[in-house]
Design a protein around this ligand. Structure first.
Ligand code: SF4
Length: 243
């Protein structure tokens, strides 16, 4: 058991990271470098606030009634929650004891370990951000290999852990119709996908890249148009998936 972990920040009443009203914990550290990341300030590991499970739980239980009436819970996001699996597992174990629903928001980029398996045993829902189903495209977006994500998705499917897939729609990068159809077809091979969320690209995190002295290469890319979002959603619906 690991009772402390490095967090970036918390949000007490989040409404976009899973069902209902959620207490969201943003972890510090991420192995990927997505071109459209809006939280590059979470990338560096072992910095930020060293949070204790006990202190976090004292804060979380204050919002239990909001979570109950809205069907919400706790979401651990990032950064990448799978980088600190024992801390998140310890937090979720306490959530379970308190009847609080648990979710992680992850890229799924990891090597399966007993620690991650332990974390997943306390996880009610995985928000899985699949950046692309095409290996070359995934590499272009993240700087990493796609294969570990597919292995992670398979593991979740084998264990029937509910998954909401999230796909950020970036004009000219992740909105290609053929690639979206490939993604939709792949998702139908999994047994546990409850929902697909198409998230329109925005540039709200661009200023953070500049503050960190990083080169933001998507500065000229427009936000995703609502028509493209609808088109993408229809591709998933046509494959029999829920959006
Ligand atoms: S996985 Fe998430 S936090 Fe990590 S670089 Fe990509 S978008 Fe940013």
């Amino acid at each position: 058991m690991k009772l402390t972990g490095y967090t970036h920040s918390v949000e007490s009443c989040g409404t976009v990271d899973g069902p209902g009203i959620r207490f969201v914990v943003f972890m510090q550290g991420c192995p990927l470098r997505c071109l459209y990341c809006h939280n590059p300030d979470t990338w560096e590991p072992n910095v930020g606030t060293e949070a204790h499970v006990k202190t976090l739980m004292e804060e979380i239980v204050k919002y239990r009634s909001y979570m109950r009436f809205s069907g919400g819970g706790v979401t651990v996001s990032g950064g990448e929650p799978l980088l600190q699996p024992l801390f998140v597992a310890a937090l979720f174990e306490r959530c379970r004891e308190n009847g609080i629903h648990t979710a992680i928001d992850t890229s799924g980029f990891c090597k399966m370990t007993p620690q991650i398996e332990r974390l997943l045993s306390f996880t009610d829902l995985v928000l899985l951000d699949i950046k692309s189903i095409v290996p070359e495209r995934f590499l272009e977006i993240t700087g990493a290999e796609l294969e570990p994500v597919l292995m992670f998705a398979k593991y979740l499917s084998n264990l029937s852990i509910p998954v909401w897939v999230r796909h950020v729609l970036v004009p000219g990068l992740t909105d290609d119709e053929t690639e979206l159809r490939l993604l939709a077809r792949y998702l139908t091979t999994l047994t546990n996908v409850k929902k697909v969320e198409v998230i329109p690209f925005h540039k709200m995190g661009e200023y953070k890249w500049r503050q960190l002295g990083l080169d933001y290469t998507l500065g000229d890319v427009p936000p995703a148009h609502s028509r493209s979002v609808e088109k993408a959603k229809n591709i998933f619906i046509s494959a029999g998936l829920t959006v």
